[in-house]
Design a protein around this ligand. Structure first.
Ligand SMILES: Nc1nc2c(c(=O)[nH]1)N[C@H]1C(S)=C(S)[C@@H](COP(=O)(O)O)O[C@H]1N2
Ligand SMILES: [Mo]
Length: 416
């Protein structure tokens, strides 16, 4: 049996690890010793603490330079590093988007509380992880993609100024998620016929904006109709317990919708009889700009269509030699059925070979063979079309926060 003091001490150490507790006057070595003695996160802990200066603050897993580009508190997957990794993104390659930092939570202490005036008898209901695991388990494959994925292309390709993390195309990963249907948990808790919205909230620290505004904990409402649909409370990713950085022990997984919908480290879910708002469906994650109404577009839901080559920007390729070039395309609206590619800046196009059947909520891998005729600079393009007929346009209508970039990307390479 653990004493209450030792449980408290473990919690405090985890908070320190997540940057939420102060330890003035205590050396890192002493804290490392305490962490080891408490048996906390063996393996992951030293990696986080021994992190080199280039590491993203607050991310627990190692972020090797060959696989990741660090952007503030986030880590973007280098698309070139996905070549040959298979359909699902290995956890050690999967991008991390943290508003603050990864809280290192203990699955044994974790509970999920459902509360609010949208519950049938108004009383809150608590679930442990063991309770969730007694409900029918569901496994599904789905990508998680940040709404701002591709944001830097608004600037580099369209000359527009946008705010937010300057992702290239690597703020996406596809995984196999196992968990329970949110619908099953809601039914267990007893949803009133008056309920309209549910709002999952993370256990990570309050998000403080650049100007010092405290936006509170990360949370974003979902309409009840979506919550009763394909949404999971996931506790496994690619067959392993959900890793710390991806929401351990449980995250929400909203297939095909923008990444912010998939709240990590979920601790409570408000079930409401009135529509709910949070900064994440009012100030953020709507489209603002000249082409949109003053209050912005409706809150963003589905992801858009995109393609990426599994090559570094400005990659060198031997001239006069045959290369098999690979990439991936995806859409939030339907499976990708067709990818057209160009290796001459868009003058001529041909179809890429698709290596996966079109899958809703997933991507397709593709390839094309190319022999650069002579040394020099070339521009590669890929344009995907999904089952609903959506095709990547030549330009994306700008929005001030740089969401939902979907234009065909001009990818420079050099034949040498
Ligand atoms: N609690 C919490 N959930 C969160 C976030 C966060 O910072 N805190 N970031 C969101 C955003 S913006 C994205 S894109 C995805 C990223 O998921 P990943 O880090 O597992 O790749 O998580 C979402 N869920
Ligand atoms: Mo995101």
């Amino acid at each position: 049996m653990r004493t209450p003091e030792s449980a408290y001490d473990r919690r405090r150490l985890r908070q320190w690890l997540a940057g939420d507790a102060r330890a003035d006057g205590v050396s890192r070595r002493d804290l490392l010793r305490l962490l080891a003695a408490a048996g906390l996160a063996a393996g992951a802990v030293p990696a986080a603490l021994a992190a080199p200066a280039s590491a993203a603050p607050g991310i627990v897993k190692p972020l090797p330079e060959e696989w990741f580009t660090i952007r503030g508190t986030n880590a973007e997957t280098k698309f070139a590093s996905l070549a040959g990794t298979g359909y699902h993104t290995p956890v050690d390659h999967f991008f991390v988007r943290n508003h603050t930092s990864t809280p290192v939570l203990d699955a044994d202490d974790w509970t999920l509380t459902l509360w609010g005036d949208g519950l049938a008898d108004g009383r809150s209901v608590e679930f442990t992880l063991a309770d969730l695991k007694r409900l029918p388990a569901v496994t599904r494959s789905a990508f998680v993609e940040c709404a701002g994925n591709g944001r830097s292309l608004f600037t580099s390709q369209q000359g527009q100024t946008v705010t937010g993390t300057a992702w290239t195309l690597g703020a996406i990963g596809a995984a196999r998620w196992t968990g329970v249907r949110l619908a099953d948990v809601l039914r267990r808790a007893g949803v009133s016929h008056r309920a309209v919205d549910v709002m999952p909230r993370g256990l990570d620290a309050d998000y403080i904006g650049a100007d010092g505004t405290d936006f509170g904990r990360v949370r974003r409402p979902l309409p009840l109709s979506k919550a009763l649909g394909d949404v999971l409370l996931a506790y496994e990713m690619n067959g392993e317990p959900l890793p710390y950085d991806h929401g351990h022990p449980v995250r929400v997984l909203v297939p095909s919708w923008i990444g912010i919908s998939s709240i990590k480290w979920v601790g409570d879910i408000e079930v409401s009889a009135v529509p709910l708002y949070s900064p994440w469906n009012t100030d953020f994650y709507r489209l603002f700009g000249d082409a949109y109404p003053p209050g912005g577009s409706a809150p963003l839901t589905r992801q858009t269509v995109k393609s990426a080559w599994e090559l570094d920007r400005d990659a060198n390729l031997a001239a006069g030699t045959g290369h098999r070039l690979t990439g991936r395309s995806w859409s939030g609206a339907g499976g990708v059925v067709r990818v057209d590619v160009s290796t001459d800046g868009g003058t001529t196009w041909r179809r890429a070979r698709l290596h996966d059947a079109p899958r809703r909520d997933g991507w397709v891998r593709w390839s094309t063979d190319w022999r650069p005729p002579a040394p020099g600079a070339y521009t590669l393009l890929a344009r995907a079309t999904d089952t609903t007929g959506r095709t990547q346009p030549d330009a994306t209508t700008p929005n001030t926060q740089g969401y939902l970039f979907d234009a065909v990307v001009r990818h420079p390479v050099r034949a040498v």
